[in-house]
Design a protein around this ligand. Structure first.
Ligand SMILES: *[C@@H]1O[C@H](CO)[C@@H](O)[C@H](O)[C@H]1NC(C)=O
Ligand SMILES: *[C@@H]1O[C@H](CO)[C@@H](O)[C@H](O)[C@H]1NC(C)=O
Ligand SMILES: *[C@@H]1O[C@H](CO)[C@@H](O)[C@H](O)[C@H]1NC(C)=O
Length: 180
């Protein structure tokens, strides 16, 4: 009986993980305006209306001839200092998966652009229920996949990723417990 309860607990935990993964949202920075200095897009306001979660994807869409995306520290974000970025992206179709809670600061490294407001703070608050970031496969804060795999639809839209893999894991784990 105890082992059955353990299996059920495991199943529930795994399903929670599956649900969280499948709830990942793609956010296109600036929505239809994209990543730009044109039109005075207020990226602070844009970010304030979103509830970012671990696992969500941040998409920067822009003309790579005129802009880029640099991940920077809070101090560099505040002062628009692009000299030593933590990471840089420059395809014009950059998708970044958020893997940790807290602030993720990005700016455009082209001189004058950050000062003109082309910077964004992606703040991932404590809103997710499970699992903890340590359960995620990679220890790095952020991974980038470029170019973007899907459409250039206005964000957000839902997508499923890794769901079947996790279901496979569930079944494998379940059969292990049942047979032992
Ligand atoms: C920009 O940031 C780097 C790294 O923190 C620092 O070494 C440099 O002095 C800063 N430059 C300015 C102009 O603040
Ligand atoms: C970005 O990807 C879209 C399709 O998803 C494509 O139409 C567009 O040309 C790409 N832009 C750049 C700058 O690569
Ligand atoms: C969010 O979580 C971190 C660690 O997981 C914790 O240190 C922090 O106090 C939490 N913040 C809030 C507002 O609950």
């Amino acid at each position: 009986m105890a082992s059955v309860i353990r299996v059920l607990a495991l199943l529930v935990a795994t399903m929670a993980m599956v649900l969280q993964v499948s709830n990942a949202t793609v956010y296109k920075v600036g929505d239809s305006a994209g990543w730009t200095t044109m039109g005075n897009v207020n990226y602070k306001e844009w970010a304030a209306t979103k509830t970012f979660r671990v696992g969500d994807v941040i998409k920067f869409a822009y003309n790579a001839q005129f802009h880029n995306v640099l991940r920077v520290t809070h101090a560099m974000y505040r002062s628009c200092n692009a000299s030593v970025p933590l990471e840089s992206f420059s395809t014009g179709n950059d998708t970044i998966t958020i893997k940790t809670k807290g602030h993720h600061f990005f700016l455009c490294g082209v001189p004058g652009h950050c000062q003109a407001g082309q910077k964004v703070d992606i703040n991932v608050r404590n809103v997710s229920t499970a699992p903890t970031p340590s359960a995620l496969p990679s220890p790095t804060a952020i991974t980038a996949k470029t170019p973007a795999p899907s459409s250039n639809m206005a964000a957000p839209h839902k997508f499923v990723k890794g769901q079947s893999a996790l279901l496979g894991l569930t079944i494998a784990t379940l059969s292990f417990f049942v047979s032992s």
